[in-house]
Design a protein around this ligand. Structure first.
Ligand code: SF4
Length: 294
């Protein structure tokens, strides 16, 4: 088994203020990881345990000063699928990113399609037109797009229907994500505000989608009328390691040099300070043991 995704937390900064933001469970101040450091780390992880995808996330990765250089450095290795998770509010930067590489999936986090609902969910005003401009641009350039839709208690069936239909028409992948509560957003998100997977499934059933595959963490729905499917993902477990629902398919590298194997924080972290080959080797060796990869 190899690691499916290295999630690179480029920056903790974001221009939105979503009430449910979990920032991948880790906040940091200092950035030490250079584009070359990142490429070296990816190569080291790949040679030790195998790696399929590098995903740039945050915060809002497009606010990271050296995002384009990092994408370029990893892309130059020509080994990994690339993706970025963005809130889509910076269409000009998205165009710049696409000028660096077209071989990148762009996942746009979008909680709602109407202005009032979007403003409420993101705690901001006036950004939705930019997000729509980004989506239009990406679609016109035939870039692989995925909508990441965090399903909240307030998410309406009508609102979800609109997002699902837009995804079908514009051929975007659609991923409904269960809200996550971790040490960073625990004060803002109470457990009772998190809809259960069951209630989310019921909402999609009422949209005409039915469940075709179920595991502890992922359900795939298919619209039988239109041959369109999408995923419902339990983003990160909140049960801790003993009940981890799936394989250890992700690891996290923050730009301050911290490496984690779980966004929930129960697992030991590793730090990379010198980025020498011997340090990378000892961290990837520790990861190999920690992940219990054969
Ligand atoms: S767009 Fe993403 S990173 Fe920014 S506040 Fe919302 S959830 Fe957090």
């Amino acid at each position: 088994m190899s690691i499916r995704t290295l999630r690179v937390l480029c920056t903790p900064r974001c221009n939105l203020n979503c009430s449910y933001c979990c920032r991948e469970g880790y906040a940091f101040q200092k950035t030490v990881c250079t584009p070359k450091n990142l490429a070296d780390f990816c190569a080291a992880v790949d040679s030790r345990v195998g790696l399929e995808r590098v995903k740039f996330t945050g915060g809002e990765p497009l606010l990271c000063e050296n995002l384009f250089e990092m994408v370029e450095a990893v892309g130059d290795l020509r080994k990994f699928k690339l993706s970025v998770v963005t809130n889509g509010t910076h269409p000009a930067k998205i165009a710049e990113l696409i000028s660096v590489t077209r071989e990148i999936q762009v996942a746009v986090s979008l909680p709602a399609w109407t202005r009032a609902e979007y403003n409420r969910a993101t705690g901001t005003k006036g950004f939705l037109p930019q997000v729509k401009a980004s989506l239009k641009y990406l679609t016109s350039k035939e870039i692989a797009v995925r909508l990441n839709v965090v399903v909240r208690k307030e998410s309406s069936v009508q609102g979800l229907r609109h997002l699902v239909e837009k995804s079908r028409i514009d051929e975007w992948d659609f991923r409904a994500i269960e809200m996550t509560r971790n040490s960073l957003n625990r004060k803002a998100v109470s457990a009772k505000d998190i809809p259960s997977l069951y209630s989310i499934q019921k909402r999609f059933n009422s949209l005409g989608y039915y469940q075709t595959r179920d595991s502890a963490s992922t359900t795939l729905f298919t619209n039988h009328n239109r041959d369109h499917s999408f995923e419902l993902t339990k983003a990160f477990c909140r049960d801790g390691c003993t009940r981890c629902p799936q394989d250890k398919s992700c690891i996290w590298l923050a730009a301050d040099g911290t490496v984690r194997t779980c966004a929930w924080g129960n697992k030991p972290d590793y730090r990379i300070d010198t980025w020498t080959m011997s340090e990378l080797d000892s961290v990837t060796h520790a990861l190999e043991n920690d992940l219990r990869l054969p």
